[in-house]
Write a protein that binds this ligand. Structure first.
Ligand code: OAD
Length: 246
């Protein structure tokens, strides 16, 4: 994609010291991972995340919820990072300071080689116990569906933020600091509908001196307020942007 980006955007990126990227499900769409609000078909349509990804659903039927995540882990294990993920790893190497703040739980940024990632909603490859939040590393060697915590005996669960649960305070504080100190803030592949993640973009928009860029084939509620709206798939736009600033 030989895109023509606004010269002022290229200049801003070429002189940027700190670049912060917030990513959503759209970044993984080109890897074949259905997004949340577009996947009317998709592999996950048979299950409504809003219904299953909740503490109540787990209490009601821990086996179903555990099996659903085991299935989602198997789906993610079959997909690869796409050129958008790879370009973000190059961004990490290109800019003096770069972070990927992600709402995605598929772990694909790390699989692509990103090292400075804040997983705001957790990671489905990681597991903790339901009662006390003990992180359990070798959980896949344990019997039981779901397995029991070796430390307290409660059920193990995916270490992800469920609907109705709050995000890690420390992760949110770090993410906000990155958003407010950015020279350029990229909002990529997110509908900007879910808070507090979307609030990071709102705060960057409100802060003078931060250039806010939205990369999304579609408009979002924040589109009218960003400095640059790049309409298209992140798997094409991010590599083109990387080429344009080399
Ligand atoms: P959504 O499904 O809400 O939005 C995906 C966005 O990606 C949409 O705005 C699409 O237009 C855009 N999109 C689709 N294909 C794209 C592509 N190839 N390149 C770039 N963008 C593309 O997913 P999120 O915004 O990530 O929360 O949803 C945020 C949170 O809502 C999720 O993390 C999840 C859900 O509730 C939790 O699980 C706690």
């Amino acid at each position: 994609m030989s895109a023509n980006f606004p010269p002022s955007l290229i200049e801003a990126l070429q002189s940027a010291e700190i670049v912060t990227a917030l990513t959503g499900a759209g970044v993984s769409a080109e890897s074949g991972v259905p997004t949340f609000r577009e996947a009317q078909t998709g592999l996950w349509a048979q299950y409504e995340p809003e219904h299953l990804a909740t503490p109540d659903a787990f209490i009601e039927d821990p086996v179903l919820v555990w099996e659903w995540y085991a299935w989602r882990r198997s789906l993610v294990s079959e997909v690869d990072p796409n050129p958008g993920h790879v370009a973000l790893v190059e961004f990490e190497r290109r800019f003096p300071q770069f972070v990927t703040l992600t709402q995605n739980v598929d772990g694909l940024h790390r699989v692509a080689g990103a090292s400075n990632v804040i997983e705001l909603h957790g990671n489905i490859q990681q597991v903790k116990c339901f009662d006390r939040g003990h992180p359990i590393l070798d959980w896949d060697t344990l019997d039981g569906v779901p397995p029991l915590c070796p430390l307290c005996g409660s059920y193990l669960r995916p270490d992800v933020v469920w609907f109705g649960e709050s995000l890690s305070e420390s992760a949110l504080e770090q993410a906000l600091a990155w958003a407010l100190q950015a020279d350029v803030y990229l909002s990529i592949g997110t509908s900007s509908l879910v808070y507090p993640a979307a609030a990071l973009t709102v705060e960057a928009i409100k802060r003078d001196g931060i250039i806010v860029v939205e990369i999304n084939p579609n408009e979002t509620p924040l589109s009218p307020y960003v400095d640059f709206g790049l309409r298209g798939p992140s798997g094409e736009i991010l590599p083109a942007l990387l080429d344009a600033i080399r």
